[in-house]
Design a protein. Structure first.
Length: 193
């Protein structure tokens, strides 16, 4: 058995490649990871969240960005694309390209079978290095289930809100928004038929 060498990239090389690429990739500690496409359930839920959150934030000092806004965490080198994020106050960017955000307040990930473990585990651990992050929201694309984790004043992350049926709701306290599960999963059943 022969070992296969993994090509390592600098962050500058990654950004140069990523900004010219036709597809999105994540970066972590020298490695580049291609991102797979999302299911129609995942896309419907993400679109519903964009509508609900974006509409709620109109005229407020916070704004939302969907999955094409890259986030960088300098403390651990991660570059990634959350499904939806919220930034309150002035957005801070890596450079004058303004395509890599450094200060999200809330990150929302829609879980897929292939990413669920990563999003709930390692990625959440890496996200916690963001000093500005106050809430992390996980929305399941396969069943009606959502969880909101919130950072306490002691710096400890705790499950703050959850729902597991269409009658429930979750609260994103940082922006004062209660999201109804029925709105999050609107039209998803039609896709499953």
């Amino acid at each position: 058995m022969t070992a296969v060498a993994i090509k390592m990239y600098t962050q500058e090389e990654y950004l140069e490649l990523e900004r010219a690429a036709e597809y999105k990739s994540e970066y972590y500690r020298g490695e580049i990871f291609a991102m797979s496409g999302a299911s129609r359930y995942h896309n419907r839920i993400t679109e519903n969240l964009s509508i609900e959150v974006g509409g709620f934030l109109k005229g407020k000092p916070c704004q939302s960005f969907s999955r094409d806004m890259r986030v960088h965490i300098p403390e651990n080198t991660l570059y990634t694309y959350p499904d939806l994020l919220i930034v309150c106050g002035k957005p801070e960017f890596l450079d004058n390209q303004t395509d890599t955000l450094l200060n999200p307040s809330v990150i929302i990930e829609v879980l897929s079978p292939s990413t669920e473990g990563y999003d709930q585990g390692k990625k959440f651990h890496l996200y916690r290095s963001l000093k500005t992050l106050t809430e992390y929201v996980l929305i399941d694309s396969q069943e009606e289930r959502a969880e909101v984790y919130r950072k306490g004043s002691d710096g400890v992350w705790r499950l703050a809100s959850e729902a597991d049926d269409l009658e429930g709701s979750i609260e994103i306290a940082h922006i004062g928004l209660t999201l109804k599960m029925a709105d999050i999963y609107s039209q998803v059943d039609a896709l499953r038929q």
